[in-house]
Design a protein around this ligand. Structure first.
Ligand code: HQG
Length: 331
């Protein structure tokens, strides 16, 4: 039997089921080392040397001894109510939670809940979250707006092995974070579907409802992910002009609406706006229909007077260099 299997069994004992080997944990989660060794040795090859090796080599530093090594406990991850004297700490602005795709609907509805454990587990980086998520099948990752949560009164703890913990994460603090090409395809398809559903020529359609396309998506996906999706569409040579045109329209409406929503303390657009306009200019440069539209966006973005300014985006050095970053050279 390998060390990993023994370690897994030990983590079951120290986090969830000490009674399986007839021991108990004290209120701070400590088990007596002598009792643990006798208990585990009944079914696994186990002694103090093996225990010390497991603790020392554990890839997540899951366990801690007390000073004289007479007691041991798991640093986090418990389902039984013990107080492992977690340190309350200020979290970074964002933390991440990896989970299985199959939980998506339920999480989008209820937020993150601790299920059988005492806390929801969060990590400081996406890579760790992907690993944690993979334990539940196809992984997805949520970005948690931990900085805002703390301001709103939620408490955060960091275990000695670096796992961030909090009691719950309501839906308004989570957004999907896209981390691979397959996922990106999903968001691109979703944006495309939504854009194609809006009637381009429907003049009765309010600007706010066009803007909502972007704002609704931004509630669901992190800005970076959403932006990546939009860039992906704009960089795709095989799109129809209507697709690009629709994006320009929606984007402009969102840009205008942004000012109002910002004032009302609602979400604020954080796109790399000039890059998007650069790509739109490039895509719609031959379209007379789009000329006014692009000009409108440009005026808003550069604070120009719509009627009295002269400015050619396609000759703007900054815009040209932005396009070059995407491998697009203007003739
Ligand atoms: C999910 C490992 C439906 C949640 C890792 C998670 C971690 C919801 C699962 C540590 C939900 C519980 C913990 C909702 C949350 N609806 N599902 N509303 N809210 N869930 O194993 O975070 O290797 O208890 O997303 O590294 O996966 O054991 O939690 O997928 O740090 O040391 O319910 O365990 O560490 O699963 O993992 P878990 P977890 P160790």
């Amino acid at each position: 039997m390998g060390l990993t299997e023994t370690s897994k069994y030990m983590s079951l004992i120290l986090r969830h089921k000490p009674e399986a080997i007839g021991i108990s944990l004290d209120e701070h989660g400590w088990a007596r080392v002598d009792e643990l060794i006798v208990g585990i040795a009944k079914t696994h090859e186990f002694n103090m040397d093996i225990l010390e090796e497991i603790v020392r080599t554990d890839n997540k530093q899951r366990y801690s001894f007390n000073e004289d090594k007479t007691l041991i406990r798991a640093n986090q991850g418990h389902s039984i109510p013990v107080d492992v004297e977690l340190k309350k700490m200020s979290p970074p602005k964002y933390l991440y939670h990896g989970t299985g795709k199959k939980f998506r609907e339920s999480i989008d509805e209820q937020g993150l809940i601790s299920q059988s454990r005492l806390y929801v587990h969060l990590s400081a980086d996406i890579e760790t979250a992907i690993k944690v998520g993979s334990r539940h099948g196809k992984p997805i990752v949520y970005r948690v707006w931990s900085g805002r949560m703390q301001k709103d009164g939620y408490e955060f703890y960091k275990s000695v092995n670096g796992v961030w913990l909090t009691k719950e994460v309501p839906t308004k603090y989570i957004k999907r974070e896209i981390f691979d090409d397959k996922e990106l395809k999903l968001i691109v398809n979703e944006i495309t579907d939504i854009l194609r559903k809006i009637d381009l020529d429907d003049e009765s359609l309010e600007d706010t409802s066009r803007a909502d396309v972007i704002f609704e998506l931004s509630k669901k996906y992190s800005w970076e992910s959403l932006q990546q999706g939009l860039f992906n569409i704009l960089l795709d040579d095989n799109r129809t002009e209507d697709d690009y045109y629709q994006m320009a329209l929606v984007f402009w409406c969102a840009l205008l609406e942004n000012e109002t929503r910002k004032k009302n303390g609602q979400i604020k657009l954080k796109f790399k706006k000039k890059t998007i306009i650069a790509l739109l200019c490039y895509r719609l440069r031959e379209s007379e229909q789009a000329e006014n539209l692009i000009w409108g966006i440009t005026c808003d973005l550069y604070h120009l007077d719509y009627c009295n300014s002269e400015y050619e985006p396609m000759k703007d050095e900054k815009i040209i260099s932005k396009l070059e970053q995407y491998g697009i050279t203007l003739k």
